[in-house]
Design a protein around this ligand. Structure first.
Ligand code: ADP
Ligand code: ADP
Length: 233
């Protein structure tokens, strides 16, 4: 089934007298369980597109249907609600709270979902276990390696069972070996049925996705299945 559907999405930024057509017309359809990498040169519209897909911003024109719901014209509050329910974010810089333990960081999204403290801790512990950090719950971010921090962030992204995991340059701050470990984790999540959307400028990282979409000048330049991965799946 289709989880993301955009029809002729455009985004115009206005800066004084100047207008920038960051997205011209992007129509794309992504099925539940797909693992897609978005690539493209700087300024091609990747961040703009991800912000719209992640319900952080709305398009100027066109429609965006997320999990059957038209989110194109929602207010900021409506978008925030959809975001909390549907999207798990993973960032280049991890974005963990430095004074909170791993367990507390992972449990944070559950506070808004109305779980009790013991339920939150139990679920967060299981999520940490699922990323291989079951014994690191009490550690604070500065007591963990970069790869472990990103695993904590991934556990946090998973905790509400989101429809989509949206990862923006998830290996941008990691060394090569650790980057591949994170890609193996993504591969496992994909194998479990998670939908993963990733932005990366690294070909070696994009290779892990089963579909690669390239943007250029606010348009889709190419959209291809990755034969290496697709035949194996
Ligand atoms: P990418 O992520 O591929 O580098 P962006 O989506 O960040 O591309 O940018 C696409 C175009 O939109 C660029 O020309 C950029 O300068 C412009 N742009 C992005 N965000 C804004 C903004 N908030 N205000 C004005 N222009 C923007
Ligand atoms: P398995 O290890 O059998 O593949 P999972 O790793 O999917 O199973 O789940 C292990 C445990 O983690 C389960 O008890 C499940 O309830 C919990 N869990 C899995 N995903 C999430 C999530 N997104 N949020 C909270 N708990 C989760």
């Amino acid at each position: 089934s289709i989880i993301i559907e955009t029809h002729d999405i455009s985004k115009v930024y206005r800066m004084g007298a100047e207008t920038i057509n960051a997205l011209k017309s992007v129509s794309i359809s992504i099925n539940k369980g797909e693992y897609v990498a978005f690539m493209g040169p700087s300024g091609s519209g990747k961040s703009t597109f991800m912000n719209i897909i992640g319900c952080l911003d709305t398009p100027t024109g066109g429609t965006y249907i997320l999990n059957g719901q038209d989110v194109s014209n929602m207010t900021d509050n409506e978008l925030a609600e959809v975001r909390n329910k549907e999207i798990g974010f993973v960032f280049q810089t991890f974005n963990l709270l430095p004074r909170q333990s791993s367990l507390e960081n992972v449990a944070l999204p559950l506070i808004y979902a109305g779980y009790s403290k013991s339920e939150r801790e139990e679920r967060a512990q299981k999520a940490l276990e699922s990323v291989g950090l079951g014994t690191r719950g009490k550690h604070k971010p500065n007591e963990l390696s970069g790869g472990q921090r990103q695993r904590v962030a991934i556990a946090r992204a998973l905790i509400n069972d989101p429809s989509i995991i949206l990862a923006d340059e998830p290996t941008g701050n990691l060394d090569t070996k650790t980057s591949y470990e994170i890609m193996e984790l993504f591969e496992n999540l994909h194998a479990k049925g998670n939908t993963i959307i990733m932005v990366t400028h690294e070909e070696d990282i994009a290779r892990y996705a089963h579909r690669i979409v390239r943007l250029r000048d606010g348009l889709v330049e190419s959209d291809t299945l990755n034969p290496d991965v697709t035949t194996a799946a």
